[in-house]
Design a protein around this ligand. Structure first.
Ligand code: ADP
Length: 263
């Protein structure tokens, strides 16, 4: 039957996927083992001054492997959303320190929070994770440095706008724009970027899950996400989350918990 065929196709996709991830993971593990092996040799020869860089290499590869499994788990679990009223200005400002550490010294971070910003309602933990993922993508797109701007604003999307964009409902949204001055994306990359497991990064460095998770999160929150990008100029990802009028306790910041999970 058609259902059985769909199921078989799904299983095939899952097989390819897990094979690909196992492959990536194995490559990273090879890097860790190789570096540890070199460290042992240096220690045996008493060349203690040489072990630092192998420790750094091992640490980098191990962190990437951890990030890979973390993202995979988050994706397969599709962590249930726990929506709460959220003040996006406060949430973004609360991430400043974590973002600075993630971006490094060569990237200038600017956070621009709109006055009179509406409240939204979404899972604050997932929103933080989305913003951090966008910052990591931006960092990867600016290997020699640049600017990252995170800006909040109120947005009215009218029916005319909604009519020409897939998945968009007209209404009032809180918008979070993440703009980098990085490599930018070609039109065919933009078209595929939200697909799960689409990546242009080398094996072991990209899972292709970041943007698809962000898109899924936005859709589940009854908002949406859109990419504007030009090769050689940079990229803006806009996250639209619905305005929330209701009452309720605002979410506490969850930054600390997140910082532990990510590099
Ligand atoms: P990953 O980062 O693991 O590759 P994503 O789903 O986050 O997975 O991104 C998919 C692809 O979209 C990336 O491999 C990259 O080609 C492109 N991309 C995402 N964000 C940016 C950005 N800020 N600048 C340039 N390209 C980007």
């Amino acid at each position: 039957t058609e259902e059985a065929l769909r199921q078989a196709q799904k299983m095939e996709a899952v097989g390819q996927l897990t094979g690909g991830i196992a492959h990536d993971f194995n490559n990273l593990l090879t890097g860790v083992i190789g570096s540890l092996d070199m460290m042992q040799r240096k220690i045996a020869r008493g060349e203690m001054d040489k072990i630092e860089r192998y420790a750094t290499t091992a640490m980098t590869a191990a962190n990437r492997a951890a990030a890979l499994t973390h993202r995979l788990l988050a994706f397969s679990r599709r962590q249930p959303l726990d929506p709460k009223p959220v003040n996006a200005n406060r949430l973004v400002s609360g991430m400043e320190e974590l973002l600075r550490r993630t971006l490094g010294e060569a990237i200038r971070l600017e956070i621009v929070t709109a006055g009179g910003l509406w409240q939204t309602r979404c899972d604050p933990h997932q929103l933080e994770s989305a913003i951090l993922n966008l910052a990591i993508n931006a960092r990867d797109a600016m290997p020699t440095g640049g600017h990252l701007t995170i800006e909040t604003c109120n947005a009215h999307l009218d029916t005319a706008y909604a009519a020409k964009s897939r998945d968009v409902h007209p209404g009032q949204y809180v918008c979070i724009c993440v703009t980098d001055t990085g490599s930018g994306m070609a039109p065919d990359v933009i078209a595929k970027a939200f697909e799960p497991f689409f990546t242009t990064k080398p094996i072991g460095q990209g899972t292709g899950l970041g943007l698809s998770m962000i898109y899924g999160f936005a859709r589940q929150s009854e908002g949406y996400a859109k990419i504007y990008s030009e090769l050689g100029k940079g990229t803006t990802v806009k996250l639209y989350l619905p305005r929330y009028h209701g009452e309720g306790e605002e979410a506490d910041l969850v930054v600390a918990g997140l910082a532990d999970e990510r590099r």
